[in-house]
Write a new protein. Structure first.
Length: 300
């Protein structure tokens, strides 16, 4: 029976069927394994993609943050450089401050010298004015006295001369009157009488009054000259007083100007010192921030 071909064929068929079933099972199992592998491979690829994406995102974020930090660092460095420049400028300002203080000292010395010079000028001007006033007063008195003396001398000479002439004329008049009285005689038209003598005396009197009037006019002219001297004296005195007043006014004005300039310089120095202190404080804070940023960049 075992050698029966049919039996053998059945057995072979059974073996082939079982083999086919096993092969199919193996194929199915292989397909399942392949599907699992593909699923695992897909998950692995997805995980790898997500991991790479996350890693790239982290790298991008880190690069962006690093760029921001570098930008901030550059900005801080730029600010530090600016403030270092400011510190350098304020170092220069310290030198300028010393120069300003020196200028203040020099200005104070110049102010004191100017005040001393102005005091000396004031004293000199007052002394000169007093001397000029005294000299002018002396000259005026001398000129007036000389003019008066000269006018009086001339007047006395004229009066003496006129008096002498009048006396001579009076003597001659008396002689003429006596002679006329002695020689008076009747004529066709009458004779020289008392009226003629009175008219002659009146004419002589009028002549004397005229000459006296001329002397009075000369005296009036001399008074006008004296008044002119007095007016000139008062004008020069007023001019000297005005000069001294203007000098004192100029002195006070320059004194106030220098005081104002000193106050302005003191205010400027005070303001610059406050700015220097504030910038030093800001510079210290910036240097501290720079050290912190450098430490953070070194850690990264």
């Amino acid at each position: 029976m075992q050698n029966d071909p049919t039996f053998l064929h059945q057995k072979i068929a059974n073996i082939e069927r079982r083999s086919a079933e096993q092969i199919n099972q193996l194929k199915e199992e292989l397909a399942r394994e392949r599907a699992k592998y593909r699923a695992m491979e897909s998950k692995l690829e997805e995980f790898q993609a997500q991991t790479e994406k996350q890693a790239n995102k982290r790298l991008d974020d880190a690069a962006h943050e690093n760029q921001l930090l570098r930008t901030d660092l550059d900005q801080e460095r730029s600010r530090i450089n600016d403030f270092q420049q400011l510190l350098s400028d304020f170092g220069q300002f310290a030198g300028e401050k010393i120069q300003l203080l020196r200028r203040l000292e020099i200005s104070e010395e110049q102010r004191q010298d100017l005040e001393l010079q102005l005091d000396l000028l004031k004293q000199q001007a007052l002394a000169d004015a007093a001397q000029r006033t005294a000299a002018f007063e002396i000259d005026k008195r001398k000129a007036v006295e000389d003019a008066v003396a000269e006018k009086l001398a001339r007047y006395n000479q004229d009066v003496g001369r006129e008096t002498k002439l009048l006396r001579i004329q009076n003597i001659e008049l008396q002689k003429g009157i006596q002679l006329l009285k002695k020689q008076s005689k009747p004529v066709s038209e009458g004779f020289i009488g008392q009226k003629d003598v009175q008219r002659y005396e009146l004419s002589v009197k009028q002549e004397m009054e005229r000459k006296i009037g001329e002397q009075s006019n000369q005296i009036i002219q001399m008074q006008v000259i004296i008044s002119d001297f007095e007016r000139k004296y008062e004008a020069e005195k007023q001019q000297v007083s005005s000069f001294v007043s203007e000098l004192l006014k100029k002195f006070e004005s320059e004194k106030q100007h220098y005081k104002q300039e000193l106050r302005s310089l003191e205010k400027l120095v005070y303001i610059k010192c406050k700015e220097l202190y504030r910038l030093r404080t800001i510079s210290a804070l910036i240097l501290q921030n720079e050290q912190i940023l450098r430490a953070c960049s070194m850690k990264q």
